[in-house]
Write a protein that binds this ligand. Structure first.
Ligand SMILES: Nc1ncnc2c1ncn2[C@@H]1O[C@H](COP(=O)(O)OP(=O)(O)OP(=O)(O)O)[C@@H](O)[C@H]1O
Ligand SMILES: [Mg+2]
Length: 281
């Protein structure tokens, strides 16, 4: 294995200390994201990460699934988390939002230690989670899905109009029920719903799964529009081409360990990584 293939998890610069943001004060990373967006310098390496996953270990019963996963996502950045079936991608996302408890290690978000925070609080802090199963209700209309999410996020109706600008297809189907939507439309609705709360980080679990190639392109273009609004993205994908089209950086997982971290160009230059851990030459 070449030197840069297997990276040791980087130690966090300093321990993530619990912090309570002052009431009414704009969070630090939100300010940074705005500054980054304004300056058009999303890829500057010295910007503090919005999300920091430090050496996390997660188990299902006695099964030690994540064995020291570390990664970070900077403000405005899209990071793709890639790997074969069973590599631990979903478990990493579930660990970040506390749906599966982390036994060792830390998850930090905008300077706050969220490792053991309840999921609803993590969502409120500004992480939007789009799970693999999309979570669309067959007997609720598109409008009802969005209204419930608006209400839960305590956002005004104008926020729905803002989000729908990114989803022209969904805005044409507001009165359709979940069961009447195609797989692609359900995926778009699931992403739109997560965005209503104005998350600073959107994490998505295989949004392209089960979709026809032309719809995958639509999802990709939609996520590109989301990224343009300044929202950071952590994207789990099996569709490597789609992920690389969006990602600023790539993390490759295998057997619950990070095997590679680098830019898409650096991954391209490592055919052994692509072959061994992604099954593509
Ligand atoms: N609820 C569970 N109970 C026990 N083991 C589980 C559970 N969920 C996942 N695992 C195991 O944990 C490992 C990682 O699974 P995970 O779902 O995180 O992989 P993944 O990379 O998301 O795979 P896929 O590409 O198939 O979605 C696998 O070996 C899987 O069998
Ligand atoms: Mg998965």
């Amino acid at each position: 294995m070449s030197k840069s293939v297997r990276k040791k998890p980087a130690a966090p610069k300093k321990p993530v200390a619990p912090r309570k943001p002052a009431a009414g004060k704009k969070p630090v990373a939100a300010k940074k994201a705005a500054a980054v967006k304004a300056a058009g310098m999303a890829k500057q390496p010295d910007i503090a990460p919005l999300l920091t996953v430090s050496d996390i270990h997660t188990y299902y019963g006695d099964s030690h699934v994540l064995q020291g996963v570390s990664l970070d996502v900077k403000p405005g950045e899209c990071v793709a988390l890639l790997g074969r079936n069973g590599a631990g991608k979903t478990t990493t996302l579930r660990s970040i939002v506390s749906l599966t408890p982390v036994r060792r290690g830390h998850v930090g978000f905008d300077g706050l230690d969220i490792t053991h925070s309840p999921t609803h609080r993590i969502i409120r802090e500004g992480i939007g989670y789009v799970p693999e199963d999309r979570g669309i209700f067959s007997s609720l209309s598109v409008r009802e899905h969005l209204d419930i999410a608006l209400w839960a996020a305590k956002k005004p109706p104008e926020r729905r109009d803002e989000v729908l600008k990114i989803f022209p297809r969904i805005s044409e189907r507001l009165e359709h029920f979940g069961q009447q939507l195609s797989g692609g439309e359900q995926q778009m609705l699931s992403i739109a719903r997560a965005l209503l709360a104005e998350p600073r980080l959107l994490i998505l679990d295989e949004p392209s799964e089960g979709l026809a190639p032309i719809i995958v392109d639509e999802v990709r273009d939609t996520l590109a529009r989301v990224k343009k609004t300044g929202t950071s993205i952590l994207l789990v994908e099996q569709n490597v081409a789609m992920a690389l089209a969006l990602a600023d950086r790539v993390v490759v997982l295998s057997q619950g360990m990070v095997q590679f971290t680098g830019t898409p160009a650096e991954l391209e230059a490592q055919p052994d990584v692509k072959d061994t851990y992604l099954g593509i030459a």
